[in-house]
Write a protein that binds this ligand. Structure first.
Ligand code: AMP
Ligand code: GLY
Length: 426
């Protein structure tokens, strides 16, 4: 197989690392990729919203499979674009078509899908500028904290959790009337606050059958103790140590099964990853959100734990035979710690020279925001390097991630020293 991975982060490096181990992989291309993916395949400078250019590349390089990393091209309809052209009828493209991508692209669409398919989630109601007053009265009838969600994609910033009623009413107006998150907040979902512990499950589905991948917990805030601004993710742990048989069964029966059955019953063209963000309240799972792709940095802990051949699974996914392609994973643990740029997630500088790669040991350093220039590795993003490690348990893996995080040097290096802090009791 000639495979093209779309994206440039740690997730895509982890995919490239895993796919590169398969005997079925012939040529591997990553667009646009980073300094890490360049060691595993060929980086190609394609823009992810230029579908015609991607098609030209696919044609010229006899690409058999495209694995779409981030959500934006999916929400923009890259799968539909290739499905519509008969010349690409044999191309395997991993990701949902545009309609299914709305599970991530629209919170309201996702909530309505959950309601139709009896997937447990927080109670909600959605509002627009013309129903602002109703929205404000709805808030008055809820207990704090108040959860306000911009309907559309807002780069992970579109969710506000507020304790004060007046502030919540004002923010609702700012979102709906003053377009706080642009068009993304022209529709706002207000939902009940769920008090529990978060984790994520990852499902590979062909729209009818599915395989469950290792679960994970990520750390989204920039500051220790889960404080400060939201980021793309500062670290992750897999498995979650609070998992038990009962919870596992509930997640499968109450969340995964009805979600996949919903895709099938509603005839949704979905051959790809479904990332289900959960809140566990008293050992009961509720869906907080769907994403139509893998997580980053969750992929950096999920891929290292999978034993079986990911290319086989992706082929089965595209062919609709995932029931016979059993994902096997190790009973070990994986952790990752994200090294970021000073200032991230606000303004930060790029182009800092990185050193210390030769001193790494007993870890996998997945590049997130790096580039190679004149034989040097330079920082090229806010999230820079995701240091993953395996261990018998997560504490053991974390010690390795941290030992290696220390060995990488660049100006302005920052990382959270407390990944897994809330799991120590387990
Ligand atoms: P989302 O973008 O939907 O993942 O939301 C961002 C974050 O807000 C989540 O990771 C949760 O920490 C939090 N959150 C979202 N919805 C709720 C809810 N209904 N109750 C409590 N926390 C929530
Ligand atoms: N780490 C969260 C995400 O990928 O959305």
């Amino acid at each position: 197989m000639n495979i093209l991975i779309l994206g440039s982060g740690g997730r895509e490096h982890a995919f490239a690392w895993k796919l590169n181990q398969s005997p079925k992989t012939n040529q591997l291309f990553i667009a646009p990729g980073n300094a890490g993916t360049a060691l595993l395949g060929e980086n190609v400078p394609l823009a992810l919203n230029e579908f015609d250019e991607i098609a030209n590349f696919v044609r010229a390089n006899q690409i058999d499979m495209i694995l779409v990393g981030p959500e934006a091209p999916l929400v923009d309809g890259i799968v539909d674009y290739f499905r519509e052209a008969t010349e690409f009828s044999k191309l395997k493209i991993i990701g949902p078509a545009k309609y299914g991508a709305r599970l991530e692209g629209s919170k309201e669409f996702a909530k309505e899908f959950m309601m139709r398919n009896q997937v447990p989630t927080a109670r909600f109601k959605s509002f627009t500028a013309s129903t602002l007053t109703e929205g404000q009265s709805f808030l008055e009838n809820l207990k704090p904290p108040y959860v306000l969600k911009a309907d559309g994609l807002a780069g992970g910033k579109g969710v506000l959790i507020l304790n004060d009623l007046e502030e919540a009413k004002l923010e609702l107006k700012t979102m709906l009337v003053d377009a706080k998150f642009g068009a993304a907040s022209s529709n706002v979902v207000i939902e009940e606050y769920l008090d529990g512990i978060e984790m994520s499950v990852f499902v590979l589905t062909d729209g009818a059958n599915y395989q469950i991948l290792p679960e994970a917990k990520d750390y989204k805030r920039i500051g220790e103790g889960d404080t400060g601004l939201n980021t793309g993710g500062m670290g992750a742990v897999s498995p979650v140590p609070f998992m038990n048989d009962q919870l596992e069964q509930r997640i499968k029966n109450k969340i995964v099964e009805p979600s996949v059955r919903g895709l099938k019953d509603e005839g949704i063209d979905y051959k790809g990853f479904l990332f289900i963000g959960l809140m566990i309240v008293d050992n009961e799972p509720f869906v907080i959100e769907y994403n139509v792709r893998m997580g980053d940095p969750e992929t950096e802990v999920v891929m290292p734990r999978i034993k079986s051949d990911m290319v086989d699974h992706l082929i089965a996914c595209a062919d609709g035979t995932l029931d016979t392609s059993v994902v096997e994973f190790e009973q070990n643990a994986a952790t990752t710690v994200m090294l970021v740029a000073e200032g991230y997630p606000e303004a930060y500088e790029k182009g800092k020279e990185m050193t210390g790669f030769d001193h790494l040991g007993d870890c996998i350093a997945f590049h997130a925001g790096t580039k190679m220039e004149n034989g040097k590795i330079l920082t090229n993003g806010g999230r820079i390097l995701s240091i993953s490690a395996l261990g018998e348990n997560f504490k053991d893996a974390l010690a390795k991630s941290y030992r290696n995080a220390d060995r990488i040097k660049y100006e302005g290096k920052y990382y959270r020293k407390d990944i897994g802090f809330d799991l120590m009791e387990y």
